[in-house]
Design a protein around this ligand. Structure first.
Ligand code: FAD
Length: 383
């Protein structure tokens, strides 16, 4: 096994870190307080290539490999998970399924915009009554001539109020997962409405929305993939998304580790730097091990994707471990900082609030354990 990065991977990582150190980290606390990033950051992220990392060059992307994508996600997580989510939902959850399931026309219509950040996309799966169990979602799309008429609602949709494009999952057939189809819906379609959800614990810089569809008329050619294929498209997208969440969580752990080392070597108590106390080193050692272990799980899943091998269980393991480890690392970082960790002059309280949602979205920790358990035992314990 060769864990060394290629020169291209290394230079993208360095480029990403330099950019985020300059353009994001100095502003993240203010954006968090304002409950919105300065959206001028979005085209700048596009210029560096964050939105096009794994989109092929023929569709306006960089054509990078999956390890490079994970390195980008790690750097974004270290800098600001709210910004990471904006990128990973648009490019990762939506752009990549347009690439894998779209017609040539759909790819040419949407991917060049997504790859530069000129088009921002959102992923509309979760509904008020269906979160962990999206196979029973209720939004309905009824055929009417060459169109579908869509009615229903979605909740907790990242980028929902900012997006130009929404990947909407709606029921076109009978009950259960096989009755679901996916549609690429421009958000200026009449009948599409979004309302921002305020008061989130973390990820406050990104827009999270409720979506309402009222007699929304969508041409049939906006369907992504075949009728009834929507659930498998959503699961395919989330499997890859979980690797991205895992990578972002490694970035949170890395950020906690770096901040903690810096603070502990400068702050003195009992006439000695905090870093010289064994109990403080224990906190730092645990963060360091979690960062390395998490990175290995993420890179293994990324490597399986790159080689075209089954990667779903590896993605669940990476997401489960890294999200729980990010909460642990941020909690320990606050402990290490003492009172200073409780206010947003230092980044660790924001790391904690942002990390907390990672064990919830794109499949909760319980759902990941059920997926891993099913893979190990062959028994479905979901329902
Ligand atoms: P529920 O499904 O009601 O779960 C509640 C609890 O029950 C959890 O602990 C869960 O683990 C547990 N549980 C459920 N089923 C089982 C079971 N079979 N066995 C054991 N325990 C179980 N969704 C999108 O579609 N697009 C987005 O862009 C998006 N962005 C989000 C951004 C944020 C900030 C948040 C908070 C959520 C976002 N989501 C998004 C939604 C997210 O994916 C869901 O919140 C998540 O899947 C959990 O669903 P739920 O909230 O309905 O919880």
């Amino acid at each position: 096994m060769d864990f060394a990065l290629t020169p291209e991977q290394h230079s993208f990582q360095q480029l990403a870190r330099d950019f985020l150190d300059k353009e994001v980290i100095p502003h993240r606390a203010a954006w968090d307080r304002a409950e919105s990033v300065d959206t001028a950051i979005i085209p700048k992220l596009g210029e560096i290539g964050f939105f096009g990392m794994t989109i092929p060059e023929q569709y306006g992307g960089l054509g990078g490999d999956y390890i490079t994508y994970c390195l980008g996600m790690e750097e974004l997580g270290r800098a600001d998970s709210a910004v990471r989510g904006i990128v990973s939902v648009s490019m990762g959850l939506v752009g990549k399924v347009v690439l894998s399931h779209g017609t040539e026309e759909q790819k040419h219509q949407w991917l060049p915009g997504i790859a530069t950040g000129a088009v921002l996309a959102c992923f509309g799966l979760t509904e008020p009554d269906n979160g962990s169990d999206p196979g029973h979602l209720k939004t309905r799309a009824v055929r009417d001539g060459s169109d579908y008429i869509v009615n229903g609602s979605k909740i907790f949709i990242t980028n929902g109020t900012w997006a130009d494009l929404c990947l909407v999952f709606a029921r076109t057939g009978g009950p259960g997962p096989k009755g679901i189809s996916a549609f690429l819906v421009p958000t200026d379609t009449p009948g599409f409405e979004s309302r921002e959800i305020h008061g989130k614990l973390g990820l406050r810089g990104q827009a999270t929305a409720e979506l309402y569809f009222t007699d929304m008329r969508i041409p049939a050619h906006c369907m992504l993939g075949a009728e009834g294929q929507g659930f498998s498209i959503a699961m395919h997208s989330l499997d890859k998304g979980r690797v991205s969440v895992g990578a972002g969580c490694v970035g949170i752990i890395q950020g906690c580790l770096e901040s903690s080392i810096d603070y502990a070597t400068h702050r003195k108590q009992f006439d000695r730097p905090l870093a010289s106390f064994q109990l403080i080193q224990e906190l730092i050692a645990d963060m360091s091990v979690d960062a390395d272990a998490g990175r290995m799980l993420v890179w293994r899943a990324a490597d399986l994707i790159e080689r075209g091998k089954p990667f779903g269980t590896a993605a669940s393991k990476a997401k489960y471990f890294c999200s729980e480890a990010a909460v642990r690392a941020a909690n320990n970082a606050i402990q290490l900082f003492g009172g200073a960790g409780y206010v947003d002059e230092y980044p660790v309280s924001k790391y904690m609030r942002d990390a907390r949602v990672m064990t919830l979205y794109e499949g909760t920790s319980q759902i990941q354990k059920l997926l891993i358990g099913r893979s190990e035992t062959g028994i479905n314990a979901f329902a």
